[in-house]
Write a protein that binds this ligand. Structure first.
Ligand SMILES: C[S@@+](CC[C@H](N)C(=O)[O-])C[C@H]1O[C@@H](n2cnc3c(N)ncnc32)[C@H](O)[C@@H]1O
Length: 510
């Protein structure tokens, strides 16, 4: 653990000890995310396993296989406990997946959720996340994201239509699969970076619409702006069509013509085209921002971030480098080999730094490896045993204890209590819609100095809330009986625990 007196480098201070841009971690991303400081990343793109039930062979290492199938014995008890502590109601979303789907979806969602909670934490307030998935689990992932990020921070669902259907891909009694889904969320909607993109007009559109040419030979069309005002819109000044949430212009790598395909094809089975990542990065970052890909595969997002350019005019229009900083994580060491190979072959980076490693704009490309040992006989669970384990520098044990002590208010406490109270008013146990219930202090702040923490919050309807006033739950019960009402006999235990904890000793229930 970092001590206060230790001098930290600039990157240690911003990202956490042992984390810097231009690094590929060979690790389970959860261990890297847990060592990363809060609020330090501008964009997260993740293309995790889709719960496809398939097995992927790493083409560069015959020993390495990735099984995209999920069972609860791949899920650590500690993850579930951690989720229950940090995001109690999320476990209901995860359990619901077992009911509506099966145990494998529950396991997959638990595996993803514990990581998404950390991703939410490391994102800056202006940051965004793009979760690449497909219809197998997109609806479950969206519920988890709605919970973790807050449904109000949902930006959009992008449909990436990656190729034209071919007979060869037809399987089963259903249409041919031709799209993936990108679930896009902001850490804080409205504050997020958003650079509007435009697609160029098609040749046909230009031919049909821009039918006039002026004296200087510039093509234009006319647009009626008001009943008596017609303006010229010049083709060379037009930005094109604003980008929609259906992307059909970017092909899957394997659908490109062989020449283009050879420029970036690595042989990695789930490799995404660089153009897709370039678009995402252009929309949601500015030059110099930091992109994190926690499931980086053959490092497409890292290469795309490094190779970003921008169109600038210095008399003449030209493409200038506008790199973003990047950090990649993958369980397979191939990601590091790939990033080196692709930086050289695709971006033409050949310069070496003082340590002899490839030199990017942010410094030398670094490889950090975390070490694991098999924890169970089946090899489902792996224990972190050493290596370059990163460590947060924005978080000391004293701070952690302080946080536990003060039990802050969670933004989701309303939903959490709604589930725990099974949708009932804490006074009489009547089932009500969430909008009819308000949060209120179990132990009054005014009269008994009850704290404003999660543990002292319950849900109650407006009329019982005014009957309770500043009194205790016992006072409320007595007043309700006087009015001929029956108090709720099966109140959830947290209500009594709060009274036992926060009321003056002489008033505490047994
Ligand atoms: C679908 S691929 C990503 C492909 C990538 N977008 C690209 O273009 O190359 C998913 C990757 O996640 C990695 N992976 C799976 N679980 C992981 C984990 N817990 N931590 C880090 N990487 C993981 C797999 O090794 C695999 O390379």
């Amino acid at each position: 653990m970092t001590t206060a007196t230790e001098t930290l480098s600039e990157t240690d201070r911003i990202f956490g000890k042992g984390i810097a841009p231009s690094t590929i971690f060979t690790a389970d991303n959860l261990d890297v995310l847990r060592g990363m400081n809060s609020d330090c990343i501008d964009l997260i793109y993740l293309d995790p396993p889709f719960n496809s039930n398939a097995e992927y062979q790493n083409p560069f290492d015959r020993e390495v296989r990735f099984h995209d199938d999920w069972t609860m014995d791949k899920v650590r008890r500690e993850w579930i406990r951690d989720l229950q502590r940090k995001q109690p109601a999320l476990s209901h979303v995860i359990t619901a997946a077992a009911i509506t789907h099966d145990e494998s979806m529950q396991a997959y969602l638990a595996y993803m959720s514990i990581r998404l909670v950390e991703m939410h934490r490391v994102l800056k307030d202006t940051g965004s996340i793009y979760l690449h998935c497909d219809p197998t689990a997109s609806h479950y992932l969206k519920t988890a994201l709605d919970y973790i990020f807050g449904y109000r921070n949902f930006i959009d669902e992008v449909v990436w239509n990656y190729g034209t259907p071919s007979g060869g891909r037809a399987a089963g009694r259903k249409p041919v699969k031709a799209h993936d889904t990108l679930l896009v969320y902001a850490k804080s909607y409205g504050k997020h970076t958003y650079n509007m993109q435009h697609l160029g007009y098609s040749e046909k559109y230009v031919r049909e619409r821009f039918t006039y040419t002026d004296e200087a030979g510039r093509a234009y069309r006319t647009r009626k702006r008001a009943p008596d005002r017609v303006e010229r819109q010049y083709l060379d000044e037009s930005r094109g069509v604003p980008l929609s949430n259906v992307w059909s212009d970017l092909r899957q790598l394997y659908a490109y013509h062989l020449v283009k395909r050879r420029q970036e094809e690595t042989g990695f089975p789930t490799q995404k085209p660089r153009a897709l990542l370039e678009r995402i990065i252009s929309i949601s970052t500015d030059p110099g921002d930091v992109v994190l890909d926690p499931f980086c595969g053959c490092a497409t997002a890292c290469v795309a971030a490094e190779g970003m350019t921008t169109l600038k005019s210095n008399g003449e229009w030209s493409l200038l480098p506008a790199p973003r900083l990047w950090i990649g994580v993958d369980v397979s060491p191939t990601a590091y080999e790939m990033v080196l190979r692709r930086m050289e072959s695709e971006l033409g980076v050949t310069e070496r730094g003082a340590d002899g490693r490839l030199l990017t704009r942010a410094g030398e490309v670094t490889h950090k490896v975390l070490r694991y040992a098999k924890e169970d006989v089946k090899g489902h669970l792996w224990k972190l045993v050493g290596g370059d384990i990163p460590e947060r520098t924005d978080f000391s044990p004293e701070k952690a204890a302080e946080l536990q002590e003060s039990e802050t208010r969670s933004p989701n406490i309303l939903e959490i209590r709604y589930i725990q109270q099974e949708g009932c008013c804490a006074a009489d146990g009547e089932k009500l819609a969430l909008r009819c219930l308000n949060t209120e202090h179990i132990v009054s702040q005014k009269r008994y100095n009850g704290p404003n923490v999660d543990g002292n919050i319950q849900l109650m309807c407006q009329s019982h809330n005014s009957i309770k006033g500043e009194g205790t739950m016992a006072d409320l019960d007595a007043r309700m009986r006087e009015k001929g009402e029956t108090p709720w006999t099966e109140r959830p235990p947290f209500i009594r625990s709060a009274e036992r904890k926060y009321l003056p000793p002489e008033l505490r229930p047994e």
